[in-house]
Design a protein. Structure first.
Length: 444
């Protein structure tokens, strides 16, 4: 394989041109001189010699001038070929185009290269159209799915991966605004080692990010920024004039400029992403109890139904705890509603700190709480309940506070309401057993 990246100027093209030009000039001239001498009588030659010398001199000068002029033209052609080849190599992301053959087929090889490049570009354009079509389809599915699913992280990852492919980027990022620290952090990314970016923070006061967010429209940045490789196609995530973050496509894989179509499409992507973030935020706020800052009854019912449906399909273990604060009314009457609220907040915070990430703690009603223990059998549920009971007993409050806890295990064909009744029955058993204890539902 011979590399086209080696200059054509150093190939045999100029040598061949030189030989062909000299042969095409000298041979006809020699033939003309030969014929001239053969036709003229020898007696008259002496009178024609001076004129012949002048004619030959002028002819030779013309040949030399023509030679260098044609050589310059050939050089220009070669330069254009080199420049074109270099540009095509960059577009294809290659160090050099290669072709099989020898010194006698440079033109054929160049034509072959152009054909290969044409086919490659046509495929890239087709792939780009298909990828953008896929992006539209994915966004539609994401918008539909967000209404039922809980995990926003998976959606953001899907969006950044699909967008990066669609816009031919080397890497992609979704940066979200941390309002507390007034900066941006990486929420989802693709195409780069996560350890390089997971702790990166970007100040909102930086001119570049402030410009992107304030523009409320796609922005193209032509210089590298920190670990982000230019060009950057950026679109702010904004809902109702409230900025939420930025979608970034970094290091476009081809030299083609971003067209208006690209900017329009990423604006659509960013708008839908922002809407998803806003809907999830509103949904989360609607599911949070404002006093205790844990999930409320509405979320509890929906999540328990979801977990039961999941277990019916995939099997597994699930237990439910119902927790009641002993003598809460007496505490409230003795110290007032403000202290009563502090008590509820303290119990909720204690539960949240003790439970696993996969467990769901909710305020059930008044002074009652519930905990959904996923992937936990009844023995594990009792251990978790005892930890909560013991921790609450040691909370520093106006006076000692205890809780009673009922535990129930989900079994196949058991409805949500039936599981709640089982746990509630166990709770009353704990209440009737001098309170401050854990009771297991019958049969578990």
């Amino acid at each position: 394989m011979v590399k086209f990246s080696a200059s054509i100027k150093h190939s045999s093209v100029l040598r061949k041109f030189t030989v062909l030009f000299l042969l095409s000039s000298i041979i006809p001239l020699s033939l003309l001189a030969y014929i001239y001498f053969q036709l003229k009588p020898h007696s008259e030659l002496s009178s024609y010699i001076p004129n012949l010398k002048l004619a030959l001199t002028l002819t030779i000068i013309g040949i030399i001038v023509g030679y260098f002029a044609m050589r310059k033209i050939v050089n220009e052609f070669i330069s254009v070929g080199d420049s074109t080849r270099s540009s095509l190599s960059k577009i294809l992301g290659q160090q050099g185009l290669t072709y099989p053959g020898n010194d006698s087929d440079e033109i054929a090889a160049l034509m072959q290269t152009f054909n290969e490049v044409k086919q490659r570009l046509e495929k890239d354009i087709q792939d780009l159209k298909l990828t953008k079509s896929t992006l539209h389809s994915v966004l539609s599915k994401v918008s539909q799915a967000v209404a039922t699913e809980q995990n926003i992280d998976s959606f953001l990852q899907l969006i950044v991966e699909t967008s990066t492919d669609a816009f031919l980027g080397k890497s992609g990022f979704i940066l979200l605004i941390d309002k507390k620290n007034n900066d941006l952090y990486v929420k989802a990314m693709t195409g780069m080692d996560p350890t390089r970016v997971q702790k990166k923070r970007f100040k909102l006061s930086d001119s570049i990010w402030a410009m992107v967010i304030n523009s409320k429209a796609p922005v193209i940045i032509s210089k590298d920024t920190d670990f982000l490789q230019a060009p950057l196609l950026c679109a702010p995530l904004v809902t109702r004039d409230e900025p939420q973050g930025i979608l970034i496509i970094s290091g476009r894989r081809i030299l083609e400029d971003y067209a208006q179509e690209d900017q329009t499409l990423i604006y659509t992507v960013a708008s839908q992403t922002a809407a998803i973030l806003n809907n999830v935020e509103l949904k989360t706020l609607a599911d949070i109890d404002p006093l205790t800052n844990i999930f409320n009854y509405r979320h509890f019912v929906g999540r328990l139904d979801y977990e039961i449906a999941r277990l019916k399909r995939y099997s597994g273990a699930l237990c439910l705890l119902i927790i009641d604060i002993d003598d809460f009314k007496s505490y409230n009457d003795a110290f007032g509603h403000v202290e009563g609220d502090k008590l509820l907040q303290s119990v909720a915070s204690t539960m949240h700190n003790l439970l696993r990430v996969t467990d769901i703690a909710c305020r059930y009603a008044g002074d009652e709480f519930v905990v959904i223990l996923t992937g936990t059998d009844i023995a594990g549920a009792k251990v978790a309940a005892e930890k909560i009971r013991n921790a609450v007993e040691h909370i520093a409050l106006k006076q000692k506070v205890t809780v009673s806890i009922g535990c129930a295990k989900w079994t196949p064909n058991l409805t949500r309401q039936e599981l709640i009744v089982k746990a509630d029955t166990a709770l009353y058993k704990a209440k009737n057993n001098n309170k401050n204890n854990v009771a297991i539902s019958d049969g578990d």
